[in-house]
Write a protein that binds this ligand. Structure first.
Ligand code: CUK
Ligand code: CUA
Ligand code: CA
Length: 639
């Protein structure tokens, strides 16, 4: 580690000039003021900062340029935060390849408008917002298997599954008896398996108007969803709330942070205790309790609820005290540790997974005996990632740095050896939340690139008014020293990302006609006696009118159709083009109707023809030299 970095002094640019000294000092200073509320309450004292030691334009990083026409090495899945979507980047180019609408509605693809997407959204279709934080790719034996991506919705308490063969959301479940799904992780072995989801907020149970202002009666739940069926299998009652979580590499244990052991409902009371906890879940003990009928249910829900509170004698959980208001929890890729970041404590707590059997068996006198080390890292530790070479990288929000540290050295230091575990502290711009290194949520961590998902971008981009993008910085970690090599602005607001090798995903470039995504629509057509691949026909069923047509560039199968004012019209279109990348669209002017119809896909959309007259429809994905001419008329006869 270089001394400049250790002392956090400015480095000089090659020309011998301090890098943007005055301007940066001012802006970094203001970022710290923003964070100072947290620092102040945490009692960590006044902060002083110098300008960043390194910026992207300095130094000689690796060649991260991916030439036009070349493909990236990795897929990066970025959560879209309260945009409700997922974004796909190529890594290392950071070219945004695709957006997948999940909890949001999408004007381009018709997500939230088409019947196929409404079936996925179910009852929660009425919400047009979501808050997606934690994307995770399914596993087999601790490696990503590229089947699915799962992601939480904090805003409306949902969990979604995205198929990685077609990059479409195919299931969304609303978790009952819960409010705000935050931490979400997957069973890593033998496979996914379970999707575990933390419900963050404590509520009366059932939340039907009872105990409104009696927080002592509130509690929250840790939830297990079957990744194959997307059904909620069981829930576990806990003390305190639940923030982030992770699972081990054997399928036996999971652990979640709790920042509100106090059960507070206002800010001050959530910070009263010096220690909160990490709650450790024994998956086999929970399954056993469910199998033995040792559960209750809550309200209208029939999901088994197992008591995992401290007072329970079922022994399905253990509460490990850790310093004040912990946040991120990340399993080291060697499978040895759950590492909880301290947030209001400058430490991270390493919980040794090998000691958990003894903890559950009651062989340890103190739950703290599972702590292997508690290295001091800096101010505001939030999340940790790994390089697969024994090093951990923790974001420190208030210090605005990535701290690279060695896990073995931290354990030796904790055991009294005089050994330094901090390897390097790198300034990032500015105030990082999650960080994520390539393959670092699997046993295949390759220690190549690390992303720091910074909450503030300040001066890093051309100004665009009061609302700023976030700044996701790519850091080369392949060598001894971390180097910032690229900045990517992102819109509201990636919390987390997952990066896997491109060979771990196999996609279909053209839909298969028997794909379950539109199976119900196909079945409906069949019941109407329609062959979707050849027929262009209008079926009237009372005031419900079903319009079936094909599309082949640059033609819709029907250049016009006639309905009556007030009819409920369902237009079903099958794109008979087989050529890769030949997507059509269908948009009816003035009716809020828009949808994607990719090659060999069947898409349908339902709307009311409430205005008499001529209403043009057109293809809205550019498909052909005569794309503009790919139109038709809906003739609406007055009632
Ligand atoms: S997170 Cu959800 S508040 Cu640190 Cu995983 Cu950003
Ligand atoms: Cu079909 Cu544009
Ligand atoms: Ca607390």
């Amino acid at each position: 580690m270089s001394d400049e970095n250790k002392d956090n002094k400015p480095t000089e640019s090659p020309e011998g000039l301090p890098a943007n000294a005055g301007r940066r000092r001012f802006l970094v200073g203001s970022a710290v003021v923003g964070a100072a509320g947290m620092a102040g309450v945490a009692g960590v004292g006044t902060l002083t900062r110098s300008e960043p030691a390194q910026s992207a334009s300095e130094g000689d990083g690796p060649d991260i340029h991916v030439a036009p026409g070349e493909l990236d090495e990795y897929y990066g899945f970025w959560s879209g935060g309260h945009s409700g979507e997922v974004r796909i980047y190529g890594v290392p180019s950071m070219r945004e390849i695709m957006r997948i609408p999940v909890f949001n509605h999408c004007s381009a693809s018709g997500w939230g408008m088409t019947n196929e997407s409404k079936r996925v959204l179910g009852d929660s279709h009425r919400f047009t917002n979501g808050d997606a934080h934690h994307p995770h790719v399914s596993y087999t034996d601790g490696s990503h298997d590229g089947r699915y991506l799962f992601i939480n919705d904090k805003a409306n308490t949902r969990v979604a599954r995205i198929r990685l063969d077609v990059f479409k959301t195919d299931k969304i479940v609303t978790v009952p008896n819960a409010q705000a799904i935050h931490g979400l992780r997957l069973q890593k072995a033998p496979r996914t398996g379970y999707v575990f989801a933390n419900a963050e907020y404590m509520i009366p149970q059932p939340n039907d108007g009872r105990d409104l202002d009696d927080p002592s009666k509130y509690f929250t739940l840790w939830n297990a969803i079957d990744g194959d069926t997307m059904e909620v299998k069981w829930q576990v009652m806990v003390d305190g709330n639940l923030d982030n979580m992770d699972t081990d590499y054997t399928g036996k244990y999971a652990a979640a942070t709790c920042y509100n052991s106090e059960g507070g409902v206002d800010l001050a009371s959530k910070m009263r205790a010096d220690r909160d906890w990490v709650v450790v879940f024994s998956i086999e003990r929970i399954e056993q309790a469910v199998a033995d009928g040792n559960y209750t249910t809550i309200g209208d829900s029939d999901v088994p609820v197992v008591d995992g509170r401290k007072s329970s004698d079922l022994n399905v959980t253990r509460y490990v005290p850790v310093p004040k208001n912990p946040h991120g929890l990340n399993t080291s890729t060697d499978g040895k540790y759950f590492i909880a970041a301290g947030k209001l404590s400058p430490t991270a707590t390493m919980i040794e997974i090998a000691r958990l059997d003894a903890l559950f068996a009651g062989e340890l006198s103190d739950a703290r005996d599972v702590v292997a080390a508690e290295p001091e890292l800096g101010l505001g530790p939030l999340h940790t990632t790994y390089d697969g070479r024994g090093n951990a990288y923790t974001t420190v929000f208030i210090d605005s740095q990535i701290v690279k540290w060695n896990m073995d050295a931290a354990v030796r230091n904790y055991n009294g050896e005089d050994v330094d575990y901090i390897i390097q502290k790198l300034d990032v711009q500015y105030q990082p939340g999650h960080n994520h290194a390539t393959l670092a949520e699997s046993k295949d961590a390759d220690g190549k690139y690390l992303f720091s998902l910074n909450k503030f971008s300040k001066d890093r981009y051309l100004p665009v008014g009061p609302l700023h993008p976030e700044n996701d910085q790519m850091i080369d970690i392949s060598g001894d020293e971390m180097k910032v090599v690229h900045d990517t602005p992102t819109f509201a607001e990636p919390h987390d990302a997952v990066i896997i090798r491109r060979d771990q995903i196999t996609t279909k470039q053209v839909w298969e006609r028997d794909d379950p995504f539109f199976a119900e629509t196909v079945a409906r057509a069949k019941a109407d006696g329609i062959n979707l691949e050849t027929d262009n026909q209008v079926i009237r069923d009372g005031n419900q009118v079903r319009v079936y047509m094909t599309s082949v560039a640059p033609n819709f199968g029907m250049p016009e159709f006639t309905v009556k004012q007030g009819d409920e019209v369902t237009v079903t279109i099958t794109n008979m083009d087989k050529v890769e990348d030949l997507t059509h669209g269908f948009c009816v002017v003035g009716h809020g109707v828009s949808m994607e119809i990719s090659p060999q896909q069947t898409s349908s959309i339902t709307f009311t023809a409430d205005k008499p007259g001529v209403h043009w429809y057109y293809c809205n994905w550019f498909c052909h030299a005569l794309h503009m001419e790919m139109t038709g008329r809906m003739l609406v006869e007055p009632a």
